[in-house]
Design a binder for this molecule. Structure first.
Ligand SMILES: [Zn+2]
Length: 369
């Protein structure tokens, strides 16, 4: 079968490999339909291996070359012994995180913070960018009949945003104003989730004009270019000089982090979703004087995939505009990955080209901010 495999930095190949055999106990075999290419795939291509282990992964027992593709939907083609919840022909979205179940974080119930966190599509031979993938039954979440499979590939990144909004204490605080710094796919997903969950005023900050336009069309209340507009002053003017109730850092640059923290009110919450290459500084004095909350958010927890699928199915959450183009698996290296290399890109360069979506930020976007 065909598979898109990562061999190391700058080396991704479309190859013929052995099709996985029959499903084992509790496993399901999936024919992937649509796969999102994530910023973390591109990060591995340009700068890795980092998330992808160069040594054997403790959960899968496998190492490079690994099959890529962790944001995907597909159809069940076979079920192993003991599988009761899923059947051949079911359409599913993949919940790709793998955890050991035995570390302190897992025992505490926070499997998304597992010491040995792994992913389908990063940590072994199973990945969405292939003709077939075999995963445990509990990694496949059934989609309602009629749920479109291209949207199914967006469930994973939207759930990253859903979890971040949960982490921002939106359940406990009546958040009226939110600030989203960075409008790559994750920032845009946060915008859509905030809207779906009833936040009235959402200010989006972004340097790339195409993304600002997209944020506007997706319903942001205000969209600001931080190079030419004073974000903190604007947010204060909108909130009786208080600041936003909650902010989301999705830019992965120091200036973005500073803006998110300065932009929230006293006892407001800044939730950081960005993955960082460098260690950013946090203005601890601002945190102290404003009694501000700084929260991290990584992937998702049990129940959140289902919540996102429900929100999409009911029409409250409509991410179709995040899909900019679709390409075939065999064209992925040429059409999707090479376009991002060499850097730097122009801020307005077309970022389309996804196996399902989208427009993912890499840090070069924000270098001039
Ligand atoms: Zn663990």
């Amino acid at each position: 079968m065909r598979a898109v495999r990562y061999h190391g930095r700058g080396d991704i190949r479309v190859e013929e490999i052995q099709e996985p055999g029959s499903c084992g106990m509790g496993e399901v075999k999936i024919r992937p339909a649509f796969v999102g290419i994530c910023g973390s795939d591109i990060h591995e291509y340009l700068h890795g291996p980092s998330t992808i282990p160069s040594t054997t992964h403790p959960i899968t027992g496998e190492k490079i070359p690994v099959t890529l593709g962790h944001e995907f939907s597909g159809t069940i083609t076979e079920v192993g012994e003991g599988v009761t919840r899923l059947h051949v022909g079911d359409n599913v979205a993949i919940k790709p995180n793998l955890f050991d179940g035995g570390c302190a974080a897992c025992l505490g119930g926070w499997v998304n913070c597992c010491d040995n966190l792994g992913f389908v599509g990063f940590s072994g031979s199973a990945g969405g960018l292939s003709d077939y993938a075999v995963v445990k039954e509990n990694r496949a979440v059934k989609l309602p009949e009629g749920f479109e499979l291209d949207l199914g590939a967006l469930v994973e990144p939207l759930t990253v945003a859903w979890h971040a909004v949960n982490r921002s204490s939106i359940q406990n605080v009546h958040a009226r104003t939110a600030l989203v710094v960075g409008a790559g796919p994750i920032g845009l997903a946060v915008l859509l989730v905030l809207k779906a969950r009833g936040v009235e005023n959402i200010v989006v900050v972004e340097v790339a004009s195409q993304r600002r336009e997209l944020a506007s069309s997706l319903g942001a209340t205000r969209v600001l270019d931080p190079r030419t507009e004073d974000v903190v002053a604007t947010v204060r003017a909108m909130t009786g000089n208080a600041g936003a109730d909650i902010a989301f850092e999705c830019s992965a640059v120091q200036a973005g982090l500073d803006t998110a923290l300065k932009g929230i009110r006293a006892r407001g919450t800044m939730t950081i979703l960005s993955l960082w290459s460098d260690k950013p500084a946090i203005d601890a004095f601002d945190v102290v004087l404003g009694e501000k909350h700084v929260v991290g958010s990584v992937i998702y927890e049990d129940g959140e995939f289902e919540a996102v699928i429900d929100a999409m199915w009911s029409g409250k959450l409509n991410p179709r505009a995040l899909i900019t183009s679709k390409i075939r698996m065999e064209d992925i290296v040429e059409k999707r990955l090479q376009i991002l290399n060499p850097r730097p890109r122009q801020p307005d360069q077309d970022l389309g080209g996804h196996f399902g979506m989208k427009v993912r930020d890499i840090q070069g976007e924000w270098d001039e901010y």
